[in-house]
Ligand binder design. Structure first.
Ligand code: RB5
Length: 141
């Protein structure tokens, strides 16, 4: 299961990401928000981060205007490694090296075409399982 959330700034892109992931056969759970009405990103960032931390979701995707508030929020939740990505290289590297479990994106900083490519890179790339990366991740915890 992939958990996804946004604030008003990320709502439109979130709908595109959900459609894309469902077309690819993924199960997706939307934790809100539910419209473009102004709302508070920490509510939805926390909900998705907690769903990943407690195992309800394998991965999370969070979208706000910049992705910054969502990444700050998600990284407060123990066990969550949230990565703000605006390029495909980073999305791949953060899975391989950091075993990131939440992807954050800014709907106002990247276009929808790039966002979907970033999502694909994130969901398709496995963790390297290299000893040095396991050691470094345990040092974060
Ligand atoms: C909302 O205007 C905006 O602050 C939010 O989407 C996000 O960019 C926060 O980090």
């Amino acid at each position: 299961m992939i958990g996804i959330g946004s604030d008003h700034g990320g709502y439109g892109l979130k709908l595109e990401v959900i459609k894309h992931l469902k077309e690819r056969g993924f199960d997706v759970k939307d934790y809100g928000c539910d419209s473009e009405a102004s709302c508070d990103y920490p509510i939805y960032g926390k909900a998705v981060a907690e769903a990943v931390a407690n195992g309800e979701c394998e991965l999370g995707i969070l979208i706000c205007g910049t992705g910054i508030g969502m990444s700050m929020t998600a990284n407060k939740v123990k066990g969550v490694r949230a990565a703000l990505c605006s390029d495909c290289f980073s999305a791949r590297a953060t899975k391989e090296h950091n075993n990131a479990n939440v992807l954050c994106m800014g709907a106002r900083t990247i276009g929808p075409g790039l966002a979907l490519m970033i999502v694909d890179e994130f969901v398709d790339t496995p963790f390297s399982n290299d000893e040095r990366h396991i050691r470094r991740i345990s040092m974060i915890e």
